[in-house]
Design a protein around this ligand. Structure first.
Ligand SMILES: Cc1cc2nc3c(=O)[nH]c(=O)nc-3n(C[C@H](O)[C@H](O)[C@H](O)COP(=O)(O)OP(=O)(O)OC[C@H]3O[C@@H](n4cnc5c(N)ncnc54)[C@H](O)[C@@H]3O)c2cc1C
Length: 461
């Protein structure tokens, strides 16, 4: 029988994997993963996600080995490598459809490949308006997607017969150099358990808390969200599985706010199919003329959590230490960079890409363009997040204490704006500019400057 080669990409799981299921039904299975830094070019995987990938591939290799198979590892331009491997094995190739612009190039270069669904809740091209067009605004798109929901129930790992791949060359994962050494910055990543087993454990844990999601999801001081995003980004759990586990746990009505967030992930895929350069180019023309400032020192301060705004610094330090940042704080830090500092959103997007374990081309670009106001469905530019107001409103005091320990002794009501703290700041032994930075910009002045810059961009100074 013809060997069936399953080409794993960012779908590193055995359960609910349509390409694996189809392959298993047709013949003996071989499995390959190719680390491809060439086809995505500037969007090759960032450093934090490579840490994750190393562990995720270790987990997938082990799961396959426990079932008697072998995961073949190769490095280079994926399409030609898969085509050559298929020829060597005399195999037919199966993979899942991914939506990043380079994913289609990989498949086109791989020769005959059968593609299967499984990365999104529904194929983006199936969610169409009454006139047959693609949506660019989330809410009508979400309503239309719901007509197809719930998604199919997840399917288990199929019975597998493995092809003999013992003579096939495979790389040694440890030679790919995906773990940091000098220095090893991954010490704060130990809470994560990359791989399918870790994803299932996190989903089970979240199912117990999911009823409180809507009340807690905006509060960075508590663990109110699923933290499933890196597992979804690398495909260690399917979105259909996440949907059904949470809907079954708390009912579809209570689960709706969470399911809607899963919807944003699908929406990002829908947007990058329409705008493949979404990571590089603003959707709104005015932002091609935006007077961004070239400010390397300001960018450095933002990246390293040294802006003097505690909520911003807490978020940037959480990102650096753990590879993840709370969604509310992603919006605050991103807004601060582009509006308070007037630094080009693409600098922030690239930093997130390199630092996030959940880096996802569509969701990251969508998040940044939403904050900037330059996306097809965005927050208006003149909605400028007030970092101090946001910090107080969403009870971020304990979050700040954790990530900005210099300020830990300040009471809740003063920790958001330490420069106003007066005597308690002195009692806490904190001198601004020595122990913690003084704010690098004044909020009101920065706000006025941002609005002026926007007026210039629109040609109306
Ligand atoms: C500037 C900026 C950049 C971002 N970059 C990324 C990124 O690179 N990768 C990424 O997965 N998300 C990104 N997001 C979206 C969001 O912040 C994360 O998905 C979320 O914080 C992940 O945490 P969670 O798993 O606990 O989310 P939950 O609240 O538990 O949400 C459930 C799932 O829905 C998806 N999701 C939630 N919110 C969004 C959203 N706004 N857009 C798309 N999908 C969403 C995620 O897969 C998430 O795991 C970004 C947001 C902003 C504002």
């Amino acid at each position: 029988m013809t060997i069936q080669l399953v080409w794993f990409r960012n779908d590193l799981r055995l359960a609910d994997h349509a390409a694996l299921i189809a392959a298993a039904a047709r013949g003996p299975v071989a499995a390959v993963y190719v680390l491809d830094d060439e086809t995505p070019a500037a969007w090759r995987m960032g450093a934090a996600q490579r840490w994750w990938l190393h562990h995720s591939l270790t987990s997938l290799s082990r799961s396959i080995a426990e079932r008697g198979g072998q995961l073949i590892l190769r490095r280079g331009r994926a399409g030609p490598i898969v085509q050559a491997l298929a020829a060597e094995l005399g195999a037919e190739v199966h993979t899942l459809i991914h939506h990043e612009p380079w994913a289609a190039v990989q498949v086109a270069e791989a020769g005959a490949v059968t593609e299967h669904l499984g990365v999104t809740l529904a194929p983006p091209e199936s969610v169409l308006s009454g006139t047959g067009g693609r949506y660019r605004i989330f809410t009508p798109w979400w309503k239309k997607l719901l007509e197809q929901m719930p998604p199919p129930r997840p399917r288990p790992v199929p019975e597998l017969r493995w092809a003999d791949a013992s003579a096939i060359a495979s790389d040694d994962l440890s030679q790919w150099g995906m773990l940091p050494t000098t220095p090893d910055w991954s010490g704060g990543f130990s809470d994560w358990q990359p791989g399918e087993i870790g994803a299932a454990a996190r989903l089970t844990d979240f199912a117990r808390r999911a009823a409180r999601y809507d009340a807690a999801r905006n509060l960075p001081s508590v663990e109110g969200t699923s933290r499933l995003s890196p597992h979804l980004a690398l495909g260690e759990v399917s979105p259909n599985t996440a949907w059904h586990v949470i809907a079954d746990a708390v009912g579809e009505g209570v689960a709706e706010p969470y399911l809607r967030e899963l919807g944003w992930r699908d929406f990002a895929a829908n947007i990058i199919e329409q705008f493949p350069d979404h990571g590089d180019a603003p959707n709104r023309d005015a932002f091609n003329h935006f007077p961004f400032i070239d400010d390397p020192a300001g960018l450095h301060a933002w990246r390293h959590g040294q802006t003097g705004y505690p909520i911003v610094d807490a978020g940037m330090r959480q990102l650096w230490a753990t590879g993840w940042m709370h969604n509310r704080v992603r919006m605050i830090t991103a807004s601060f960079l582009v509006k308070h500092q007037l630094i080009d959103w693409r600098h922030g997007e690239r930093w997130f890409w390199d630092c996030l374990v959940d880096a996802d081309y569509g969701s990251n670009a969508q998040g940044w363009q939403w904050v900037m106001g330059s996306g097809v469905d965005s927050s208006p530019f003149n909605r400028i997040f007030a970092p101090i107001g946001q910090s107080a409103k969403f009870d971020a005091a304990d979050y700040i204490r954790r990530w900005v320990p210099e300020l830990a002794k300040l009471p809740d009501d003063l920790i958001h704006a330490p420069w106003d703290a007066g005597v308690p700041l002195i009692r806490a032994g904190v001198k601004l500019g020595r122990d913690y930075p003084a704010p690098i910009v004044n909020h009101e002045a920065a706000r006025a400057r941002a609005l002026q810059a926007f007026a210039v961009a629109r040609g109306r100074p």
